[in-house]
Design a binder for this molecule. Structure first.
Ligand SMILES: Nc1ncnc2c1ncn2[C@@H]1O[C@H](COP(=O)(O)OP(=O)(O)OP(=O)(O)O)[C@@H](O)[C@H]1O
Ligand SMILES: [Mg+2]
Length: 264
């Protein structure tokens, strides 16, 4: 994977996310509804890297999906870049645990899908797509189909497909959860470099305390189901960060602080 290149053509406008008293209950046939979120409030600053952590079923994916506009809240509001979220939008880039590439399109076609669908597929966009594929180390795989790519390559292709849309905020739901340890460390390094260059706002869901401490400026811990905000911790470790930092005393202390909140 090559280093992330800085290009004026990809200087996104980082946007803030304001979440106010969001409630969500999933209704089920002939059974009582199941509350997923009970009064979540949170502000994510423009350019901030925020990790969302909490036990399984506490509503992390539901919250991300509400910010993305795929799911609507029962009450409360989500404001992204000053506008209330009413549905999905390309200014919010979403990456899931399983990269959702179109299997019938090549890497190149997948990356160009968004601009094409929006009718903005210019020579400049094609040039940027080529640069992005270079950046994510997939220049040689541009004509390959998703089934011909490794797990890590698919993730990087999905990244490029989202980044071409210049999202002001990246919403990531355990994106590296299914990867092996080495590929995962590579993707974390890539994401840190990318964020260091572009300062796109990131909301990153993870189960992993170490991943949260390595990546986040702050870590928001959601409580056991149904989720509410339990605590928001400032990580305070210096930037730029790298995997080597995980061996420092400060890093171990940050992990301990997160664990204490999780366990209380
Ligand atoms: N579409 C849905 N229909 C019904 N219930 C749902 C739906 N999506 C989520 N839920 C319920 O809402 C709660 C929160 O689910 P969610 O997927 O947001 O949790 P999570 O924190 O992401 O968990 P995990 O860490 O396991 O991914 C769970 O009880 C789940 O069963
Ligand atoms: Mg989830």
């Amino acid at each position: 994977m090559s280093a992330v290149v800085e290009s004026p053509a990809v200087a996104e406008q980082a946007t803030g996310v304001r979440i106010r008293d969001v409630h969500k209950t999933f209704h089920r046939k002939r059974r009582p509804g199941r509350a997923a979120l009970e009064g979540v409030s949170l502000d994510v600053e423009p350019g901030e890297f925020l990790c969302l952590l909490g036990p399984s079923g506490c509503g992390k994916s539901t919250l991300l999906s509400i910010i993305a506009g795929f799911t609507s809240a029962d009450s409360g509001e989500v404001i992204v870049g000053g506008r209330a979220v009413t549905g999905p939008g390309h200014e919010r880039g979403v990456l899931f645990q399983t990269p959702n590439l179109f299997p019938w399109l090549t890497t190149w076609q997948n990356v160009l899908y968004g601009p094409k669908a929006r009718g903005v597929l210019t020579a400049e966009v094609r040039e940027e797509a080529a640069e992005l594929l270079e950046t994510v180390g997939l220049a040689d795989a541009r004509d390959a189909y998703p089934h011909e790519l490794s797990g890590g390559m698919r993730h990087r292709a999905a990244f490029a497909r989202v980044l071409i849309n210049h999202p002001g905020v990246l919403l990531m739901d355990e994106p590296f959860g299914a990867l092996d340890a080495i590929t995962r460390a590579g993707m974390q390094r890539f994401l840190l470099e990318l964020w260091q260059k572009r300062r796109t706002t990131i909301v990153f869901v993870t189960h992993d305390v170490e991943e949260a401490a390595l990546l986040g400026d702050r870590v928001c811990v959601l409580s056991a189901p149904p989720g509410g905000t339990k605590a928001v911790l400032d990580i305070g470790l210096p930037r730029p960060r790298s995997y080597d930092d995980t061996e420092t005393l400060e890093f171990v202390q940050a992990k301990r602080r997160i664990r204490e909140v999780l366990e209380r």
